[in-house]
Write a protein that binds this ligand. Structure first.
Ligand SMILES: C[S@@+](CC[C@H](N)C(=O)[O-])C[C@H]1O[C@@H](n2cnc3c(N)ncnc32)[C@H](O)[C@@H]1O
Length: 304
């Protein structure tokens, strides 16, 4: 694990950090910060310990010191697998990033993959794939698509919801573990571990007549690059169907849950700028958070 910035390579430091996390779980953030500092004496460039120190200091209300620790975490791990830049933004010490780091998303979902379906569907009442499939039926009843791509396909719930309606379906996801689950589900003709905008940019222009993204845009704030890539990859008359979670502000906002929310006006503007017209924009909650439905939209746009 010599190249893993989250590994300490020092058993005593690792033990200190484990104790720090236990103290933080018991909400003893003073002890947690002290134990992180002890870990860092032995492993001064350990991104995981700097990050945990940032979290403890944030809880103690010392935002300047928390920011310093998050910055050290970022310096030790520039790929930012823990989302230190976003945490800096959330405590008002940096501008919000345009998207969560790819390393952060990949790690989050590599960890989540084994329990994703059960947790999301059974506990959080997740239903974005079903709502997107219904929206497609409403705007294009009976339409069969030749070539589709599912952005952030995860374990393949969206692919399953589209079964029988797409001639050849590609799934792309940053998390290799989610891709492995999608492969087991068997709803895709092609699966790619990679980033969605990058994949669309690599594909020939005007290739797909359907692009879907279920609960994936919440990991991207600035949607302009993705929408430009979607519009370039869609055939004329091709559809882009997706879910978002919404905020009242104009634009987008990073939430403490480390997910972005977007306003309806922002979505409409970004789509218009790439010549996509709305066929359906419907208020819908796709999952629960702390027992309540999260406000959101199901959207279908058509490339003009
Ligand atoms: C909440 S899950 C939803 C999975 C699936 N679409 C579903 O509805 O069950 C979000 C997925 O998007 C993937 N993801 C997030 N940002 C991505 C990006 N920029 N490129 C590719 N995949 C991404 C994550 O790895 C994760 O598997």
């Amino acid at each position: 694990m010599a190249n893993d910035p989250l590994a300490a390579l020092d058993l005593i430091a690792e033990r200190r950090l484990a104790y720090a996390k236990a103290a933080a779980d018991e909400r003893d953030f003073g002890a947690a910060a002290e134990l992180c500092e002890q870990a860092l004496e032995r492993a001064p460039r350990w991104a995981a310990a700097w990050f945990a120190l940032g979290e403890a200091r944030e809880q103690l209300g010392d935002l300047g010191a928390a920011a310093q620790a998050f910055r050290m975490s970022l310096a030790a791990d520039p790929a930012d697998a823990q989302g230190a830049m976003a945490r800096l933004a959330l405590i008002g010490q940096a501008d919000a990033p345009g998207a969560l780091p790819q390393a952060y998303v990949a790690r989050l979902f590599d960890d989540y993959a084994p329990r994703f379906d059960k947790h999301l569907v059974e506990k959080l009442g997740y239903r974005a794939p079903a709502l997107i499939a219904e929206a497609l039926s409403a705007v294009a009843p009976g339409r069969r698509f030749a070539l589709g791509v599912d952005l952030g396909c995860g374990t393949g719930l969206m692919g399953e919801a589209l079964r029988g309606r797409v001639g050849r379906l590609t799934g792309v996801d940053l998390s290799a573990a989610m891709i492995a689950k999608a492969r087991e589900r068997g709803a895709y003709d092609r699966l790619i571990a990679g980033e969605a905008t990058a994949l669309l940019t690599r594909e020939r222009r005007e290739t797909f007549d359907l692009i879907v993204a279920a609960d994936m845009l919440v990991y991207i704030g600035d949607l302009a690059p993705l929408f430009a890539a979607v519009a370039a990859a869609l055939t004329a008359g091709g559809l882009f169907a997706f879910s978002v979670e919404t905020c009242a502000d104009h634009g987008f906002r990073l939430e403490p849950t480390m997910r972005f929310r977007h306003s309806r006006a922002y979505i409409e503007t970004v789509a218009r700028e790439v010549s996509c017209r709305p066929l359906l924009i419907q208020s819908a909650s796709t999952r629960r958070e702390a027992g309540a439905g999260v406000p959101g939209l199901i959207c279908v746009f058509e490339k003009s």
